[in-house]
Write a new protein. Structure first.
Length: 497
C-alpha cells in the first residue's frame, strides 16, 4: 500500500485522515487495517511509535459506523496498561472520528466514579479502560460486557510487566466468545504467547521489523560515574544539565521512589522541575503534563511506566538517571527526543554496576557508546556483573542497605559471607568445644586471669518425664449426669436416689 486511499476505510475516515495531513500509511497500518476491517483477529507485533494505535482505531471507526450503543453495554473495548496511554488512544478517536458521532468513555483511575457512571448510563460505542478500573466498575454493576463486538489489547508486554495478565484473563472470560480481538505487543514472551493462543481465533499475524538502530538525529552520550551512590549520580546529573542549553528535558528513573527523591533534590538546587510517577492522582498527573507541554516546567523526572504513552513532540533532551534494564527500553526512552526531524540529545549516567547493561544497549542499537569525560577501564567492565533482567531492586552499595528505614528501625545486620557460602553439611555440624588454651586469643577474650574460662562440665543425661495419669472418673456411687464432655474439674458429682 502506497497511500491511505488504497485502504478499505470508510469515506468519513478517509476524510479525517486527509484532514490530519497523513497520506502514506506505516508498515503496521498497511498490513493490519485491511485484516481488521474484514473482521478477522489480528496478532500485531510492533514497537511503540510505529503507528499501531491508528492501525486499530481507523478500522474500528469504520466498523462501528453502523449500529447504536445501549446503556451500560459498550460495543467495543480497548484495554491499555496506563492512564496516559488510554488518554492517547482516546485522543486518536477524537482525531480520526471527527466526522462521526461515536461516543467514547475513558475508565481510568484517579477520576471520580460519578462522572464515569453518567457516561456509561448514556451508552458508549468505544470504552477505553485500564484493567483495574474496568473490573471495579464491573463489580459495581455499572458496566456489562456481553455486548462487546471488538476487543483491543494494547501493549500486552507492558501488561505483563505490570502484573495485569490475571485481570486481562478475567476480563476476556466476561466477554462474548464471538467477537473480534486485536492483540498488539512489542515482544512475544511465553506468557504473552499463551494469552494470545487462548483468546485469539485463527489470527492473522502482522509483524514489522523493529528498528535496529536509534534515530540518527539524536546525539547519544554516556557519562561514567565511579561512585554507585545516588548522591554522586545526582551531582553528575546536575553537571550534565548545566553543561547543556535545555529547552525541556525528561529524566528517567527505574523506580518511582527514586523519581520523588530526584525531584526534591532538583528543586532544592534551584531547578524548575516536576515529577511524574504512579502514586500521583490523575488530576495531578494531567496538570503536570500540561504544564510541561506549555513550557512552565523545564525538567520532568519520570519512571518508564508513568511516561508510557506520553505524546510530547518537542523534547530537546533526555537524561537516563538510571540505566534501563533492557536495551529496548533505552531505545524507547531516548526516542522521546529528536522527533519529526528535530535534533535531540540523550545522556546516560553509568556506574560500575551498570556496565553490563551498557553492553546490552550496544548489542540492541549496534552502536559503540560515546563517553563524556573519563571512560571506564577494561578492569571495570570485567568486574561488572550484569544484573538479572526484570529485577526491580538495585543494590546501590552496602552502606545503603544498612541505613535506617523510613520508620526509624534499623535493618538487621548482614551475616558474614563466609558463613552463608559454607556447604550445607558443614553448616549443619556443631563445632567441637575448645578450651581457652586451644583457642586463638580474641579481643573479647582479654579478661582478668581470675575469671579465666574453664571447660564446660558435662551435663548428666535426664530421664524422660512420665506422663501423669488422668484423675479417676467418679464411681457408681457418684455418677455424673449430663455434660459428659466437660472437663473433670468442672463436673459436680450428684448422688443418685
Amino acid at each position: 500500500m502506497t497511500s491511505f486511499a488504497e485502504l478499505p476505510l470508510s469515506p468519513k475516515v478517509q476524510a479525517a485522515v486527509a484532514a490530519a495531513g497523513y497520506t502514506t500509511p506505516t508498515p503496521i497500518q498497511a498490513q493490519a487495517i485491511p485484516v481488521a476491517v474484514s473482521g478477522r483477529d489480528v496478532l500485531g507485533i510492533a514497537q511503540t511509535g510505529t503507528g499501531k494505535t491508528a492501525a486499530f482505531v481507523m478500522p474500528m471507526i469504520t466498523r462501528l459506523e453502523a449500529g447504536r450503543a445501549r446503556a451500560r453495554m459498550p460495543r467495543s473495548l480497548i484495554l491499555a496498561p496506563t492512564r496516559e496511554l488510554a488518554a492517547q488512544v482516546a485522543h486518536s478517536f477524537e482525531k480520526y472520528g471527527i466526522n462521526h458521532k461515536l461516543s467514547v468513555a475513558l475508565l481510568i483511575g484517579g477520576v471520580s466514579f460519578e462522572d464515569q457512571d453518567r457516561k456509561l448510563d448514556r451508552g458508549v460505542d468505544v470504552l477505553i479502560a485500564t484493567p483495574g478500573r474496568l473490573l471495579d466498575q464491573f463489580q459495581r454493576g455499572k458496566v456489562m460486557l456481553m455486548g462487546v463486538d471488538i476487543l483491543v489489547i494494547d501493549e500486552a508486554d507492558r501488561m505483563l510487566d505490570m502484573g495485569f495478565i490475571p485481570d486481562i484473563e478475567k476480563i476476556c472470560r466476561l466477554l462474548p466468545p464471538r467477537r473480534q480481538t486485536l492483540f498488539f505487543s512489542a515482544t512475544m514472551p511465553p506468557e504473552i504467547k499463551r494469552l494470545a493462543d487462548n483468546f485469539l481465533r485463527d489470527p492473522v499475524r502482522v509483524e514489522v521489523a523493529r528498528p535496529a538502530t536509534t534515530v540518527k538525529s539524536i546525539t547519544q552520550r554516556f557519562r561514567f560515574c565511579p561512585e554507585t551512590e545516588d548522591w554522586a549520580k545526582r551531582e553528575v546529573l546536575r553537571e550534565l544539565i548545566r553543561s547543556q542549553t535545555i529547552k525541556n528535558a525528561i529524566i528517567f528513573c527505574n523506580r518511582k521512589r527514586d523519581v520523588a527523591i530526584l525531584h526534591r533534590s532538583l528543586v532544592k538546587h534551584g531547578f524548575n522541575a516536576a515529577a511524574l510517577h504512579g502514586d500521583m492522582d490523575q488530576q495531578s498527573r494531567t496538570d503536570t503534563l500540561e504544564r510541561f507541554r506549555n513550557g512552565e516546567i523545564t525538567l520532568l523526572a519520570a519512571s518508564d511506566v508513568a511516561a508510557r504513552g506520553l505524546d510530547i513532540p518537542d523534547v530537546s533532551h533526555v537524561f537516563n538517571f538510571d540505566v534501563p534494564w533492557a536495551g529496548d527500553d533505552y531505545v524507547h526512552r531516548i526516542g522521546r527526543t529528536g522527533r519529526a526531524g528535530r535534533e535531540g540529545f540523550a545522556a546516560t549516567i553509568v556506574t560500575p554496576d551498570d556496565l553490563g547493561l551498557v553492553k546490552e544497549i550496544e548489542r540492541v542499537t549496534g552502536e559503540k557508546p560515546v563517553w563524556i569525560g573519563a571512560e571506564p577501564t577494561a578492569e571495570d567492565f570485567a568486574r561488572s556483573g550484569r544484573r538479572r533482567r526484570g529485577s526491580r531492586g538495585r543494590d546501590r552499595g552496602a552502606e545503603r542497605s544498612l541505613r535506617p528505614s523510613r520508620g526509624g528501625e534499623r535493618l538487621p545486620e548482614r551475616r558474614p559471607a563466609a558463613a552463608s557460602n559454607a556447604p550445607a553439611r558443614e553448616r549443619g555440624k556443631r563445632a567441637p568445644a575448645l578450651s581457652v588454651a586451644d583457642r586463638k586469643p580474641r579481643i573479647d577474650d582479654a579478661v582478668p586471669a581470675t575469671r579465666a574460662r574453664t571447660e564446660a562440665k558435662p551435663v548428666p543425661p535426664t530421664e524422660p518425664k512420665k506422663r501423669a495419669k488422668p484423675p479417676p472418673m467418679p464411681g457408681p456411687k457418684h455418677a455424673v449426669t449430663g455434660f459428659d464432655h466437660m472437663p473433670a474439674f468442672l463436673r459436680r458429682p450428684v448422688r443418685t436416689a
